[in-house]
Design a protein around this ligand. Sequence first.
Ligand SMILES: Cc1cc2nc3c(=O)[nH]c(=O)nc-3n(C[C@H](O)[C@H](O)[C@H](O)COP(=O)(O)O)c2cc1C
Length: 251
Amino acid sequence: MHVINFLRKSRVVLRTRVIENTGCDSRLRNFFRDSRAMEVVSGLTHIEVTNDDPIVLFKNWLEEARSFSTPMPRAFCLATASGCGKVSARHLLLGRLDDDGFVTTTNGRSPKSQDLSEVPSAAMCFHWAYRRENGETVSRQVRIEGTVTKLGREEYEDIYEKSDISYKIRDHICEQSSPVDWNELKASHDRMLEKIKSEGVAPPMPEHTAGYKLFPSSMEFYYAKGRLIADRVLFLKNPKASDWTHHHLAA
Ligand SMILES: Cc1cc2nc3c(=O)[nH]c(=O)nc-3n(C[C@H](O)[C@H](O)[C@H](O)COP(=O)(O)O)c2cc1C
């Protein structure tokens, strides 16, 4: 027991000689086997920051996730709060990334839109997990916090226009988050699909489709590679200017 404690503290690496000289019980052997295994897999991931603007790093990470066929790389979790402090979270798709913020679209009569009208601040969280060609696993997370602005219709129509026909139909027929009769909804969907097919035109964006932009005040990047200890970098926006500062955080 004495010997094990001593070795744990001093991290002596002369394994073979020590084993021989101490008569080597099985606990000692296990200790060395474990510590050898730890040496092989332990280390620190490193996030290299080459640009002071975190949006640039975000774009690089999104692009890499996309290039490794990560399912739904634009999906993120959005947390909002109501005026009385009730917090909710749900996933959305990033509609567009501008140089100054993150744009998404949703139903303007939904609970999240109600939250955003009461508390125009939110938190977004992206997670990407994939394997590189060399077999290395990557787990990356980006947490973004900031204020949210409701956009004018012309600022997000492009997102609606590019979306699949099923999303367009959904925007028209779904009173998002309200109780619904599934059979009635299906009938309404089929009628609209038939009309689109016969007229050959997709329906225009409905009035109640809303677009929001989150202007980030903080962005935190987390990167874990294989079994190495993760690295984190937090970017904070200078409230009086448009520049950012950043520093590493313990994982
Ligand atoms: C991966 C994924 C992406 C989604 N994208 C959107 C989206 O872009 N817009 C949207 O309104 N709902 C989207 N949803 C549905 C929302 O998660 C949610 O169910 C809906 O918006 C109602 O949220 P609310 O009741 O909190 O307002 C998505 C769901 C998933 C799982």
